[in-house]
Design a protein around this ligand. Structure first.
Ligand code: E4P
Length: 215
């Protein structure tokens, strides 16, 4: 399973990259707005740190605008994946970009029917947002289960990227279901590593080790 970091913050990306466990990055307009650097500057820097897929989102709503922005973003680096919103125009833009060899991550997916259409359009990645569904008392992980089953039924190659992960269980359940990718905030990445019994066990081992004659 691939783990992506959901951030445009260079410090977080550098820290996480040191672990060697981060396979890609997802950004969105809200994440980019938190940073001081320009969008292109950020993307160039991110692509130089992480060699896997880096998602960069278009902001046009019309097909031609999305395609134009997508082509521009794709030129920044070979590992850019163009993020396209799941709208009717977006699904058309995905097909046009694909015909030019540009990969799309279709974002803001909240239903299995949307995911089915994104796969038919030829999306490279589909991004269902589990946390935002949970926020409105719907079951985000159930959506992942449904999408994985639909894609398996028809051998769609579109990869399922579980987005809007809020806690480690979202990641673990994504892995159990068999989603190819989960993208997570840096805090959730840290939470995946930590366990209180690991800390307690390590403290005890180290204090006992002081009683051992190592001379
Ligand atoms: C995914 O690509 C999005 O950037 C992201 O996961 C959204 O997460 P949020 O719902 O926590 O904003």
């Amino acid at each position: 399973m691939k783990l992506f970091l959901d951030t445009a913050n260079i410090d977080e990306i550098k820290l996480a990259a040191q672990t060697g466990l981060i396979d890609g990055i997802t950004t969105n307009p809200s994440l980019v707005a938190k940073e001081k650097k320009s969008f292109e500057e950020l993307l160039q820097e991110i692509c130089s740190i992480i060699k896997g897929d880096i998602s960069a989102e278009v902001t046009s709503l019309e097909i031609d605008g999305m395609v134009k922005e997508g082509k521009h973003l794709a030129k920044i680096a070979d590992n850019i994946v163009v993020k396209i919103p799941l709208t009717q125009n977006g699904l058309c833009a995905v097909q046009k970009l694909k015909s030019e060899g540009i990969r799309s991550n279709v974002t803001l997916c909240f239903s299995p029917s949307q995911a089915l259409l994104a796969a038919k359009a030829g999306a490279y990645i589909i991004s269902p947002f589990v946390g935002r569904l949970d926020d409105i008392s719907e079951d985000g992980m159930n959506l992942i289960q449904q999408i994985v089953q639909i894609y398996n039924n028809y051998n769609f190659e579109t990869q399922v990227l579980v987005a809007s992960c809020r806690h480690p269980l979202h990641v673990v359940n994504s892995a159990l279901i068999g989603a190819q990718i989960a993208t997570l905030p840096y805090k959730v990445f840290e939470q995946l590593i930590k366990h209180p019994l690991t800390d307690i066990g390590l403290e005890k081992f180290l204090s006992d080790w002081k009683k051992v004659n190592t001379k």
